[in-house]
Write a protein that binds this ligand. Sequence first.
Ligand SMILES: C[S@@+](CC[C@H](N)C(=O)[O-])C[C@H]1O[C@@H](n2cnc3c(N)ncnc32)[C@H](O)[C@@H]1O
Length: 390
Amino acid sequence: METNILSDLAVKAHSLDAISASLDRRLKRIDWSFSQRSKAAAIEGIHPYPAKFIGDIPRAFIDALPIPPGTAVLDPFCGSGTTLMEAQRAGLPSVGIDLNPIACLIARVKTAPLPEGFADIVQQIISKARNIHSLPPPDIPNINHWFKPEIQLAVGALAQTMAEPAYASWLDQLRAALSSILVRVSNQDSDTRYAAIEKKVARGDVFDMFATAAARLERALLERLWGLPTASVLEANTLEVQPSEIGMGVGLVVTSPPYPNAYEYWLYHKYRMWWLGFDPISVKEKEIGARAHFFKKNPHTADLFVHQMKGAFELIDNVLVKGGFVCFVVGRSKIHGQIINNGNIIHQVATEIGLEPVSRFERVISATRKSFNLSHANIKTETIIVLQKN
Ligand SMILES: C[S@@+](CC[C@H](N)C(=O)[O-])C[C@H]1O[C@@H](n2cnc3c(N)ncnc32)[C@H](O)[C@@H]1O
């Protein structure tokens, strides 16, 4: 009897190994640099976001892996919601978590239906805002350094008008359009360069740029020729989310986590957050990997990152169904001169909780992808790790 059970287990283990080997081959046949990539859907470009996925990455995982039926896709660090959007495109429900309210705003807009009458509402808001000729100065630190007084007036008038209760149904889309132009109308040189320069932008330009951004957003949302299954976005610290908040069994996790001393999402969106009434400083405090944490008195370390990833995997393991897959895309870090292989950290943490490795390989990061502060680490590839719960 015991021998029978043991030999059954051996047969099972052998067939699991064979399935896993064939998935490994399938994944490695994909061109992960997507050099032949066709033009991205307009929806991918509605708002800048640092280190965002190209849609091809989550799409390739969704297409290649046998996702257990009736399950959802989870991205525990969803940023601008690329994974959620690709899940929708494939007809799957999804859940995303991100700390950054601008990330959550973009992710919601990309995955929600566009409420009717958007174009008319935009025109109404612009005409009302044009008639506002004075406002109390916004309570935003260092505002005069980054925004000329006439620009402050125009942005403030738009933000205040769209917050009126009558526009509540369109608020996310309106805010996303406004947020998308804020760096261009500010004195900041560009999204990736934090220097104040003289720009020829006047008050009227703000309204014109907002109208253009809103029209572009509307076109991009209407171009989504796929259904919109549920995509819920939790604005939270992933390390504090309870499994019950996910609300569905998860069959696929696709994510690129924040990693030490690399990007600073809070800084990139700092003034967007101030203008929309959020507090960037509290976001910074909880942001995993933010560079600022590595230069303070009690600096963050690679060990802390291991601990943080253990927290993220605890949540993942709790909600992942048997047979479900976990796909991480992660780069290397350089902390005070020392290169940290985050891929090894993810692999170690994931296998410690019992996930089985399916595949692991490097992906070349496109030279055209703007990385505004990774030059210090000379990062040219990132690691893709795929695991399964057996
Ligand atoms: C590499 S980005 C994800 C980009 C995303 N794949 C996309 O396509 O836009 C990592 C994300 O982790 C988020 N993040 C950092 N610390 C977090 C935390 N403690 N809880 C939740 N999200 C966090 C950042 O705000 C950032 O959006």
